[in-house]
Design a protein around this ligand. Structure first.
Ligand SMILES: Cc1cc2nc3c(=O)[nH]c(=O)nc-3n(C[C@H](O)[C@H](O)[C@H](O)COP(=O)(O)OP(=O)(O)OC[C@H]3O[C@@H](n4cnc5c(N)ncnc54)[C@H](O)[C@@H]3O)c2cc1C
Length: 318
């Protein structure tokens, strides 16, 4: 039987939905489940972590862990993995997950697979992951006893009927990593919705031309409370910040609804958004590749289409 340890994704004291998604998948595989939660003032999350599908909760709660630091966080995960005799250790798709996973793999002499979209058990663990910007799908057989994996955003779904049992275990608090001391973490000063957290993401491409076009599409994003992203063309053009870029060399998003406005659908852009549940594209070129992945397509000029969408949304909302 597999023992799957999930790393809880906690932001500002709030448990993110990816934790329940990973635990749900682990339960569906028939695995024994545990979760490791690291931070300050997080012990109160134990009940929620159990409800999300874990049967053991390894907790490292200390003021020294308030700010993310790769060394100490990896030490906590390794201690939990050893105590639980984990055969798989799953991180959600976050910057912290991507940073800590390889450190944990080295310390446990484990294989490390990133961006996985599926797992199957059997004589050997097998994982599936996209490669070469999504051009090919790899199926990888794991030859080590333990696998450390970073799960791609939106790969698994949380199931409502899943629950666990409360069994909190305190981890020892690791010494600070003096090689790299994190003093402060600066968040995006714009106050914009984080693309990774947004249920709707609207991205703007070169079709929006300039700042006036960007402002128009941003108005629609504001109306819908959506995260506002961009293709690389608009970042390279100096119109949008790099942290708004969606794609192979930007962020990978998997919202319920992704709207691509004036984006052609280059493979590098698709690599960042095809995990979205529903995709709507607006493009004046009916042959634009984005329509190959879109669930809904509007062939038209975004300068005409966006105001119509805004008007219709206003009507629906009464
Ligand atoms: C190594 C590498 C990494 C990359 N990483 C990324 C990445 O992470 N993310 C990313 O996005 N790109 C990435 N790119 C760039 C990528 O190849 C494309 O160049 C880029 O995605 C194009 O952006 P775009 O679709 O906005 O622009 P274009 O390809 O120029 O497309 C603009 C689209 O807008 C349409 N249009 C024009 N006017 C209107 C209008 N008025 N109304 C409606 N539609 C209109 C056009 O028909 C066209 O389809 C990468 C490239 C490389 C080589």
């Amino acid at each position: 039987m597999a023992n799957i340890l999930v790393i809880a994704d906690i932001k500002d004291g709030v448990l993110k939905s990816s934790t329940a998604e990973l635990l749900s998948k682990a339960k569906q595989l028939g695995a024994k489940t545990a979760v490791v939660a690291i931070g300050s003032n997080i012990e109160s999350l134990t009940k929620e972590l159990a409800a999300a599908g874990s049967d053991t909760q390894y907790i490292a709660d200390d003021p020294s862990l308030a700010l993310f630091s790769a060394g100490p966080y990896a030490a906590c995960v390794v201690e939990a993995a050893k105590a639980f005799e984990a055969t798989m250790i799953w991180f959600g798709f976050s910057e912290t997950g991507k940073t800590v996973a390889p450190r944990v793999a080295v310390q446990l002499n484990a294989a490390c697979a990133t961006e996985i979209t599926d797992v199957t058990l059997g004589e050997q663990i097998q994982v599936v992951r996209p490669a070469i910007a999504g051009k090919v799908i790899q199926r990888i057989k794991v030859n080590t006893q333990i696998l450390v994996a970073v799960v791609r955003a939106g790969a698994f779904e949380a199931t409502a009927d899943i629950s666990g049992t409360e069994n909190a275990v305190k981890l020892s608090i690791p010494a600070a990593d003096l090689r790299a001391v994190i003093k402060e973490i600066l968040s995006d000063a714009s106050g914009d919705i984080d693309l990774a957290d947004a249920d709707i993401v609207i991205s703007v491409g070169r079709g929006a031309k300039d700042q006036a076009g960007i402002d128009l599409v941003k108005g629609l994003a504001n109306d819908l409370g959506a995260g506002f992203g961009s293709s690389r063309a608009m970042v390279d053009g100096g119109f949008m910040a790099h942290n708004k870029q969606v794609g192979q060399t930007g962020k990978i998003v998997a919202p319920s609804l992704y709207m691509a406005m004036g984006i052609s659908g280059a493979i590098q852009h698709l690599a960042g958004m095809t995990g979205s549940k529903t995709i709507l594209a607006v493009n004046k070129d009916p042959e634009a590749p984005i329509f190959n992945v879109a669930d809904y397509g509007i062939v038209g000029d975004l300068f005409e289409v966006v105001p119509i969408l805004q008007e219709e949304i206003k009507k629906i909302r009464g």
